[in-house]
Design a protein around this ligand. Structure first.
Ligand code: SAM
Length: 347
């Protein structure tokens, strides 16, 4: 069956000329059954065209395939392109657990674009080589005010974070409490002090929402990401998804907090000190998805740094299709890597 996905026009704002090639790479990575994924223009409107047999399958497989397509970060509507050239709309149920405004209401400097965050989460989850059950959790170890975390909730995953800026965590807490109350979602949410062996280790935001069919949790520690394993202890995650600081200055401050606790302008230094920690926090078969500014740290150098931690980088075909310009100071790319399943020590 030949399908045409109408992309959200907002994608053009985020990725400029790259919008449809990014959408094509995302779909190719996320929907292995999609063939010949190519941007198409029909009567002056841009679509993503692809071929699939998934919708001809039985009801359960068809529903699963449609959910996957509906979860694409740029998805707006789906059509079948018939042999006579007419487009037949296909009914697609909304797969999200929350409305968009959970992610879009907060507006602040340094926020990661919502659509891009969804793409980063989608392609990282596509690389995970373990079943994702209701306990599956995504860690964003540089979580800011939580765009990845609320996006994970929307997609039905539990969320965990670490952020050095305590104010950002407080703002996330304040927003979520108001939002959940206003939407009448049953929940518990609070900032709590963290103490270990008599010492204060900062604070943690803890939240649980009770949805009709299931609960979802969120936990966010204030602290340095290099201490993430110490803060989270034995806990391991199904995916680590993060948008690294860009080394740019917002107002008078750089967005990178270096080893000495002082602000510096080297995301490379921060990543070098953190990647091993994050890799350690992944479950076997779990995946890391990282967005970063390639001005200052080239893809090959980052691939080498990630591979040193023992993760295997997805570095071919559509996995190389996410490089795009954000502004004159930021050229952003996405790297996805998987933690291999432990091989039998007897072999
Ligand atoms: C690109 S922003 C991520 C924004 C986030 N995705 C959002 O939408 O709110 C990077 C974040 O990393 C944080 N950060 C920088 N250095 C850090 C460090 N050493 N430990 C923990 N967080 C750090 C910054 O404070 C910033 O919030």
């Amino acid at each position: 069956m030949r399908l045409l996905m109408l992309a959200n026009p907002g994608a053009n704002r985020v990725y400029a000329a790259h919008a449809m090639t990014m959408a094509a790479a995302e779909l190719a990575v996320c929907a292995p059954g999609a063939r010949e994924v190519t941007p198409r223009t029909v009567a002056g409107v841009s679509y993503l065209g692809f071929e699939t047999d998934a919708l001809d399958a039985d009801e359960a497989d068809r529903t699963a395939a449609l959910r996957l397509i509906a979860r694409q970060s740029t998805f707006l509507a789906l059509f079948e392109e018939r042999a006579d050239g007419l487009l037949a709309p296909i009914e697609v149920a909304d797969p999200d657990l929350f409305e968009d405004d959970l992610v879009t209401i907060p507006k602040y400097q340094g926020k990661t674009n919502e659509q891009f965050t969804r793409l980063l989460l989608n392609v990282t989850l596509a690389a995970v080589e373990r079943p994702l059950d209701e306990h599956a959790t995504v860690l964003d170890p540089l979580c800011g005010r939580g765009t990845t975390l609320t996006t994970a909730w929307t997609a039905g995953l539990n969320a965990a974070g670490v952020e050095v800026d305590e104010k950002a965590v407080e703002q996330l807490s304040a927003f979520l409490k108001t939002y959940l109350r206003r939407k009448r979602v049953k929940h518990k949410a609070d900032m709590v002090p963290v103490r270990r062996e008599g010492k204060s280790l900062g604070r943690k935001f803890e939240a649980t929402v009770h949805l009709p069919d299931r609960d979802l949790t969120m936990g966010v520690f204030t602290g340095d990401t290099r201490s993430s394993a110490k803060l989270w202890g034995k806990r391991r995650f199904d995916a680590v998804v993060t948008d690294a600081p860009y080394g740019v200055v917002h107002g008078s401050r750089s967005d990178v907090v270096g080893t000495t606790g002082k602000r510096d302008r080297s995301p490379a230094g921060l990543l070098k000190g953190s990647l091993g920690v994050w890799a350690h926090q992944l479950k076997e078969g779990g995946a890391l998805g990282l967005a970063w500014n390639t001005h200052g740290l080239g893809r090959d150098d980052l691939v080498a740094m990630v591979e040193e931690t023992g993760l295997v980088v997805r570095n071919d075909g559509p996995w190389l299709g996410f490089d795009h310009r954000v502004d004159s100071a930021i050229q952003r790319d996405v790297l996805v890597a998987v933690k291999p399943l432990e091989t039998d020590p007897a072999h």
